[in-house]
Design a binder for this molecule. Structure first.
Ligand SMILES: O=C(O)CCC(=O)C(=O)O
Ligand SMILES: [Fe+2]
Length: 262
C-alpha cells in the first residue's frame, strides 16, 4: 500500500490496495492514514455496491440522515445524482449532519458516473483552528452555536421542520485528540451563537466561515469513475461544486455514525 499526500495540510492518495479484498493489517494502515490525512482518495476501485457496504461496515455502524431517500435495496446507501444547481444543497462548505446531536463520523463516496466538472473540495479544520490567534482560540473555547439543516429542509418543502442542534464551535477529535474548528455556512448550516442575537453572531460567523475555507487548507478532488474518497467529518468541511449543468453525476454514499461533538 502506498500513501502519497495530496496537499500540505489535507488529503492523501492511497494506491496498491483493494478495498473490496483487504486484510486486517491493511485496514489498520488505512485507518492510520485516514487519521493522519483526514481525506483519503483510492483511485480505480470500481467497487460494487456490496463491496462498498462491506468496506464501510469495517468503520462502524452506518448512519442515515433525514430528508433524503436511500436506495430501496440498500437502505444505507444514498445515490447522489444531479438534481440541478438550484437543489444542490451541498454546494457550500459544510460538515455533514451537523444539525443532528451526533453527526456522522465519516463518509465514503464511490464514483459511478462523472461529468466534466463536479469536483469536491475538503478543508482541514485542524489547520483552521491551529491558525487562529491565541486570543480567538481562548474566546471560542466555550462557545456553542446552533447548527441547522436549512437548505435540506427547504428542498423538500419542510422549512417549518428545519432541524437544529447546539454544538461547541471547537471540538476535540475523539481519536486523535486534536482540536478542530466546527462551524458552518452562516444561514445555511449555522444560525447563530448560543445566547447571542443574529446581528451579534453574523460578523464572527462570516469571519470563521471564510477563515475555515482558505485555499491553503484545501484539497480539491477532480473525480474519475471508480474513485473512492472518504473523509473525516470530525475535522474537515467539504463543498460539492455544481458546474456541470444537466450532465449526469452519480456517486454512492455511505456514512458512519459519530459521537456528540465535544
Ligand atoms: O457530491 C459530492 O461530491 C459530495 C456531496 C456531499 O456534500 C455529501 O455527500 O455529503
Ligand atoms: Fe456533505
Amino acid at each position: 500500500m502506498q500513501t502519497t499526500p495530496l496537499t500540505g495540510h489535507v488529503g492523501a492518495s492511497v494506491e496498491d490496495v483493494e478495498l473490496g479484498a483487504m486484510t486486517d493489517a491493511e485496514f489498520d494502515d488505512v485507518r492510520q492514514a485516514f487519521l493522519d490525512h483526514c481525506v483519503l482518495v483510492f483511485p480505480g476501485q470500481n467497487l460494487t455496491v456490496e463491496e462498498h457496504v462491506a468496506f464501510a461496515g469495517r468503520w462502524g455502524p452506518v448512519s442515515t440522515s433525514p430528508f433524503v431517500k436511500y436506495m430501496a435495496d440498500h437502505p444505507e446507501v444514498l445515490h447522489l445524482t444531479n438534481l440541478g444547481k438550484a437543489n444542490a444543497v451541498t454546494e457550500n462548505w459544510h460538515y455533514d449532519s451537523s444539525f443532528l446531536p451526533s453527526p456522522s463520523s465519516l463518509t465514503i463516496l464511490s464514483a459511478r458516473r462523472i461529468p466534466i466538472g463536479g469536483d469536491t473540495m475538503w478543508s482541514s479544520q485542524y489547520h483552521a483552528y491551529e491558525t487562529l490567534s491565541e486570543g480567538m482560540k481562548r474566546m471560542l473555547d466555550n462557545v456553542r452555536a446552533e447548527f441547522t439543516g436549512t437548505r435540506l429542509a427547504k428542498r423538500v418543502g419542510k422549512e417549518s421542520e428545519t432541524p437544529f442542534c447546539l454544538h461547541p464551535v471547537v471540538r476535540t477529535h475523539p481519536e486523535t485528540g486534536r482540536k478542530a474548528l466546527f462551524v458552518g455556512h452562516p444561514g445555511d448550516t449555522m444560525r447563530r451563537f448560543e445566547d447571542m442575537t443574529l446581528e451579534e453572531s453574523l460578523p464572527l460567523m462570516e469571519y470563521l466561515y471564510e477563515h475555515s475555507t482558505r485555499p491553503d487548507r484545501i484539497y480539491r478532488h477532480h473525480w474519475t469513475k471508480g474513485d473512492v474518497v472518504m473523509w473525516d467529518n470530525r475535522c474537515t468541511m467539504h463543498y460539492a461544486v455544481h458546474d456541470y449543468g444537466e450532465q449526469s453525476r452519480d456517486l454512492h454514499r455511505i456514512s458512519i455514525s459519530g459521537d456528540p461533538p465535544r
